[in-house]
Design a protein around this ligand. Structure first.
Ligand SMILES: Cc1cc2nc3c(=O)[nH]c(=O)nc-3n(C[C@H](O)[C@H](O)[C@H](O)COP(=O)(O)O)c2cc1C
Length: 407
C-alpha cells in the first residue's frame, strides 16, 4: 500500500469507503489516546493514508521538553495558568505537526475529554489551530455546538455508548440548530481507557453490544429523518477486515481503533509503553473506577496491582484536599482532590505520565480488551492499515528495537 492507494485497496477488499463531506476516506479512525499516546506523529501518519488521525489534547506538554522543563516543577496557585498555557502551545504544535505529515490527505481530529477542566480551552485551541474535527467523550458534550459556533465548517463528533445517550444528545443539539457530523459508538466491554458506562458492574450489559446499539440508533435516526446525515463509527475490539465488514453490515460508516494504533511504530508513546500493551494477555487486563468517576480498563501492572489492593482502604480515608497534588487540576471533578469515596484515589496525570515515558512499575497503561492484529509485534501504521483492508502483510518483519525507539 502506498499513500495514494489505501482507499482503492479498501474498496477492492469489499469495504465501503467513508464518504465524508464529499471526500472518500478509509473507513478507519485512529482513536484519541492520552496522555500523549496519540499526538501529531501518529495522527498525521494515519491521515497521510486517507484515514482519520486523532490527537489527544490532554497534557501534551509532556511531549515537548522545553515546555515540560518550564512547568514540571511549578507549585502554588500561579502554577496552573502556566501549565495550561504550555498545554495550549503543545496542542498547537502537535496539530501543525500532524498537518505536515498528512500532506493534505485524510482528516486530522482532536479528542477532548468533557471531564477535563480545560475542555473549553482545548476545544477553542483545536479549532483555531485548524483541526478538521473535534471528538468529545468522557461526559456528554451538550455545549459543544455553542463552543464551536464560530467555526461552522468544523466537524463535531461526540463519543457515546448506547442508544439512549445518542437520543438525549441529538435532541439537545437539535434545539441549538446543530447535529453531530458523526457519532463514535464505543463499546465499554471492549475499548481501552475511560469507558461509557456508569459503573464497572454495567460494562457487560448487552445494551452496549454493537448488534443492539447500531440498529437502535439507526432506527431512531430513521424515525427522525436523519439516517443519511449522521454516520456512525464503531469503536472497541476491532482487529481485521471481517470486523469492519460486519460492523458496516450493521450500519457503521467506519470503525475506530485505539490499542492497535497505540502499539504501532509511529505511536507517540515510548517503546516500553507499546511493549506493555502488546505483551498483555487477556487475564492481565482489569477494570476499575478512575479518579474521573468513570470505569476504565488497563493492564494490571505493578502500580495498578498495588493500588487495587489498597483501593478500599484509600476510599474509606477519602477527604477533600486543599489543592491538587500537581497544582494542575486536570479534571473538573477529581476523586482524589475532591474526596469522592466511590471514585479512584490516585493522581491520574502523574501515573499516565509515567506510562507515556515507559515507567513500567509506576505507570497506568490503558488498553482495550481485544486481541492485537500482530500479537506482541510493534509494526508500522502502514502494516496495520494494510491488514485492516485485507491486504497481505509479510508475517515476519521484525523491526530492531533501536529503530523502534527512533521511529
Ligand atoms: C492507551 C489508551 C488511551 C486512551 N485514551 C483516550 C482518551 O484520552 N480519550 C478518548 O476519548 N478515548 C481514549 N481511549 C479510547 C480509544 O480512543 C478507542 O476508542 C478505544 O481504545 C477503541 O478500542 P480498542 O482499543 O479495542 O481498539 C484510549 C485508549 C487507549 C488504549
Amino acid at each position: 500500500m502506498d499513500k495514494s492507494s489505501a482507499t482503492e485497496l479498501a474498496r477492492a477488499a469489499g469495504l465501503n469507503l467513508w464518504n465524508f463531506r464529499g471526500r472518500p476516506l478509509l473507513p478507519v479512525v485512529q482513536g484519541g489516546m492520552g496522555v500523549g499516546i496519540s499526538a501529531g506523529r501518529l495522527a498525521g501518519t494515519v491521515a497521510s493514508f486517507d484515514g482519520v488521525g486523532t490527537i489527544s489534547s490532554v497534557d501534551l506538554r509532556r511531549l515537548h521538553p522545553d515546555l515540560m522543563e518550564a512547568t514540571c516543577e511549578l507549585e502554588g496557585p500561579a502554577a496552573k495558568a502556566q501549565i495550561d498555557a504550555a498545554n495550549k502551545e503543545a496542542l498547537h504544535r502537535e496539530i501543525r505537526r500532524a498537518r505536515e505529515l498528512a500532506g493534505g490527505r485524510g482528516l486530522i481530529a482532536v479528542n477532548v475529554m468533557r471531564a477535563l477542566d480545560q475542555y473549553e480551552t482545548y476545544v477553542r485551541q483545536a479549532l483555531e489551530s485548524g483541526a478538521d474535527a473535534l471528538v468529545v467523550g468522557a461526559g456528554l458534550p451538550l455545549d459543544l455546538p455553542e463552543l464551536a459556533k464560530d467555526f461552522p465548517k468544523a466537524t463535531l463528533v461526540p463519543i457515546l455508548s448506547d442508544a439512549r445517550g445518542v437520543q438525549l444528545l441529538v435532541r439537545k443539539w437539535e434545539k441549538k440548530g446543530r447535529l453531530p457530523d458523526a457519532i463514535v459508538i464505543e463499546h465499554p466491554r471492549l475499548a481501552g481507557g475511560h469507558l461509557g458506562a456508569a459503573k464497572v458492574a454495567d460494562l457487560k450489559d448487552p445494551r452496549f453490544d454493537f448488534e443492539v446499539v447500531l440498529p437502535e440508533v439507526r432506527e431512531f435516526f430513521r424515525k427522525s429523518g436523519y439516517e443519511k446525515d449522521i454516520p456512525l463509527i464503531a469503536a472497541g475490539g476491532i482487529s481485521c477486515r471481517e470486523d469492519i465488514q460486519r460492523l458496516q453490515g450493521l450500519g457503521a460508516a467506519a470503525v475506530q481503533l485505539g490499542t492497535a494504533f497505540a502499539v504501532s511504530c509511529e505511536s507517540d508513546a515510548s517503546l516500553a509503553f507499546k511493549q506493555v500493551l502488546a505483551g498483555a494477555r487477556p487475564e492481565d487486563l482489569v477494570e476499575f473506577t478512575s479518579v474521573a468517576g468513570l470505569p476504565a480498563r488497563a493492564v494490571r501492572t505493578p502500580w495498578l496491582d498495588k493500588y487495587l489492593r489498597l483501593q478500599e482502604r484509600m476510599q474509606k480515608a477519602a477527604h477533600q484536599k486543599p489543592h491538587c497534588t500537581m497544582w494542575f487540576d486536570c479534571l473538573t471533578k477529581c476523586g482524589l482532590r475532591d474526596g469522592h469515596a466511590d471514585w479512584g484515589q490516585f493522581c491520574i496525570d502523574k501515573v499516565l505520565g509515567y506510562a507515556l515515558a515507559g515507567d513500567v512499575r509506576k505507570g497506568l497503561f490503558f488498553r482495550g480488551a481485544g486481541r492485537l492484529p500482530f500479537g506482541t509485534q510493534i509494526r508500522p501504521v502502514q502494516d496495520l492499515l494494510n491488514h485492516l483492508v485485507g491486504h497481505l502483510v509479510p508475517p515476519t518483519v521484525a523491526v530492531p528495537a533501536a529503530e523502534l525507539q527512533e521511529a
